[in-house]
Design a protein around this ligand. Structure first.
Ligand code: GDG
Length: 467
C-alpha cells in the first residue's frame, strides 16, 4: 500500500556530495517507511530555495517521489512566519502574549493548505487503489478536511507534534472552529500524550458540540479517533554515535577545554518555548546561593539559530547574549567561565560528544510537545556509561511530553528559578550509583519509544481504523 506524506519540510537535504536524509527525527522515522511502502512526500519549497519541484528519491533507485509546493514571498511570510509561527506555535505552548492573530495570516494559511491538499490529491489519484495520506503538524490543520472532500474513501492520518492546549486556551483563536473542523477530516489524530489527546477531544466537544465516545470524537456523521502515539528517537543510531571513537575523543577534548569542571548542558533551538531565559536566571540564582561551587561547574548552552526574522526570536537572541554576558561579567574568575554560550548549529556526531561529556542535561522548556533532546541525552549517556564513560543526570521540565515517559529524570517546574537552582545542585551531587540506576531506567524508557515503532504503530492504527 503506498503512502503519501504531507509535511512542511522535505525529508532530504542537499550536501556537497549530493542528496542525503534530513537530520531530524521525522526524516529518520519516515524515510524507511516510505522506502518500504513507496509513495510520495509533499513539502514546501521556500521562496529562495533552488530544489526540483518533482524529485525521485533516491536518485539511483527511486523508492518514492518528493513533490514540492512552491511558495511566493508574501505567502511564505503570512502562512509560515505568520499563522504557523506567530499564532499557532505560541498558542499551543500557552504563551498567549506572543499570539498575534491576523486576517492576512488566516487567509494565506487556508490557501497554502489548499495547495498542499491539491498536490496530495493529485498524487493519490495517480497511485490508484485506496491511498493512505499522513499529514504532519500544526502547519497543515485544514489539509485533512480538504483531502476528504476531494477523495472521501482515502485513509487519512494526522500527527500533531506540539502540545494541544486546554480547550479554554485553544478557543482564543478566532479561527478555532475552522481549524478543528479541518483536523476532523482525518480518521486518526495522533498526539504525544494522553493529556493532549484529551484536550483535543474537549476542544471538539466545547467548540463544535461533538460527542465524545472514549477516544473517539463523533462529529458531522463521522468517527475520528484521537490517540496518544509518543514519538522517540532512532536509538541505535544515537547509541552508535555515542560509542564512536571520535565522540570519546571530542568529549575528552571538550572537558580539557572547559577546565576541571562539571558540565551542565543545554541544547535547544533558540526558541522562547524552551525556557532559556528562565534557565539562565536559575543558573545565576544557583551561583548566588552556592559560592563554594564557583570554579567547579560550567553551563554549556548550545542555541541553534531558528526562525530568524520573526521579531520575538530576534529579541530572544539579544536577551540571551545579554544574560550570558551578565552572568560571566558577575562571576567569571581567572580561566573559569561560568557560562559557555554558543549560538550556532552542530552536526549530530558533535552533539553526541556534548551529550557524552555532560554531567547534567538541563532540559527546562516552558512547554514542549515531547522534547527529543532529553531522549538523545539519555540514550547517549547510558551507552557511554556502559562503555566506561561518566554517567550523566537528567533534569527535566515537568511541562514537557517527555516528562510523562522518562522515569529516572529529576523533574522540575521550569518557572520556579529557586527550585531549578536546588535541583541543579542535587543533580550535580548525585552519587554515581544513583546516576547509573536512573540512567538504566531512562534508557529503558527511551528504547520503548524508539521512533521506528512510533511510525509503525500509528500506521497500524490507521489501517485498523479504516479497514
Ligand atoms: C518539535 C516539538 C517534539 C538541535 N540543535 C541541533 C540539532 N538539534 C536537534 C536535536 C533534536 C531536535 O533538533 C530538537 O527536537 P525537540 O524535540 O527537542 O524540539 P523541536 O525542534 O521543538 O521539535 C517537540 C518534536 O517536534 C518531535 O515531535 O518533540 O516537542 O516542539 O533532535 O538533536 N541537530 C543538529 N544540530 C544542532 O545544532 N544536527
Amino acid at each position: 500500500m503506498s503512502l503519501i506524506l504531507v509535511a512542511n519540510r522535505a525529508p532530504v537535504r542537499q550536501t556537497a556530495s549530493g542528496w542525503a536524509p534530513g537530520l531530524g527525527g521525522l526524516a529518520s522515522a519516515l524515510l524507511p517507511v516510505l522506502e518500504a511502502r513507496g509513495g510520495a512526500w509533499v513539502a514546501m519549497q521556500e521562496p529562495d530555495e533552488d530544489t526540483p519541484l518533482a524529485q525521485p528519491y533516491p536518485a539511483d533507485e527511486p523508492a518514492f517521489a518528493i513533490r514540492r509546493v512552491p511558495l511566493e514571498v508574501p505567502e511564505f511570510e503570512a502562512f509560515y512566519q505568520g499563522m504557523a509561527n506567530r499564532v499557532l506555535w505560541p498558542l499551543a505552548h500557552y504563551l498567549v502574549e506572543h499570539v498575534e492573530p491576523d486576517r492576512t495570516f488566516r487567509d494565506a494559511y487556508r490557501s497554502v493548505n489548499r495547495r498542499f491538499a491539491h498536490a496530495a490529491l493529485d498524487l493519490a489519484r495517480q497511485s490508484g487503489g485506496r491511498p493512505t495520506v499522513w499529514v504532519q503538524d500544526y502547519h497543515m490543520m485544514l489539509v485533512p478536511e480538504m483531502i476528504r472532500a476531494g477523495m472521501p474513501e482515502a485513509r487519512i492520518g494526522f500527527f500533531w507534534h506540539v502540545p494541544w492546549p486546554a480547550s479554554e486556551v485553544f478557543r482564543i483563536l478566532p479561527s478555532a472552529r475552522d481549524l478543528l473542523a479541518g483536523l476532523l477530516g482525518a480518521d486518526v489524530l495522533g498526539f504525544h500524550t494522553e493529556g493532549y489527546a484529551e484536550n483535543f477531544r474537549e476542544s471538539a466537544r466545547d467548540l463544535l458540540g461533538a460527542e465524545i465516545d472514549g477516544e473517539t470524537v463523533v462529529w458531522d456523521g463521522r468517527r475520528v479517533r484521537a490517540e496518544a502515539h509518543p514519538i522517540g528517537i532512532d536509538v541505535d543510531h544515537f547509541q552508535a554515535l555515542a560509542r564512536a571513537p571520535e565522540a570519546e575523543a571530542d568529549a575528552a577534548s571538550l572537558r580539557r577545554d572547559l577546565g576541571d569542571v562539571q558540565i551542565v548542558l543545554g541544547v535547544d533551538r533558540l526558541d522562547y518555548t524552551k525556557g532559556l531565559l528562565l534557565r539562565m536566571e536559575a543558573y545565576e540564582r544557583f551561583l548566588e546561593r552556592f559560592p563554594e561551587r564557583h570554579g567547579t561547574v560550567s553551563l554549556l548552552q548550545i542555541a541553534t539559530p531558528s526562525r530568524t526574522g520573526v521579531p520575538a526570536y530576534d529579541r530572544l537572541r539579544r536577551d540571551m547574549d545579554e544574560a550570558s554576558g551578565r552572568i560571566n561579567g558577575r562571576f567569571a574568575k581567572g580561566a573559569w567561565a561560568p557560562v559557555r554560550y554558543r549560538y550556532q548549529s552542530f552536526d549530530q556526531p558533535e552533539l553526541a560528544a556534548f551529550y557524552r561529556a555532560a554531567d547534567v542535561a538541563f532540559v527546562t522548556p516552558l512547554r514542549d510537545g515531547m522534547n527529543l533532546v532529553a531522549h538523545e541525552f539519555a540514550a547517549v549517556s547510558a551507552a557511554s556509561a556502559r562503555a566506561g564513560g561518566r554517567p550523566g543526570a537528567l533534569v527535566l521540565s515537568e511541562l514537557t511530553g517527555a516528562a510523562d515517559y522518562l522515569d529516572g529524570a529529576l523533574m522540575v517546574n521550569p518557572y520556579d528559578a529557586d527550585g531549578l537552582a536546588g535541583s541543579l545542585a542535587t543533580a550535580l551531587d548525585m552519587p554515581e550509583a544513583e546516576r547509573r540506576e536512573r540512567l538504566d531506567r531512562l534508557a529503558t524508557a527511551v528504547r520503548g519509544l524508539d521512533v521506528h515503532g512510533w511510525a509503525e504503530r500509528f500506521l497500524a492504527s490507521l489501517d485498523d481504523d479504516a479497514a
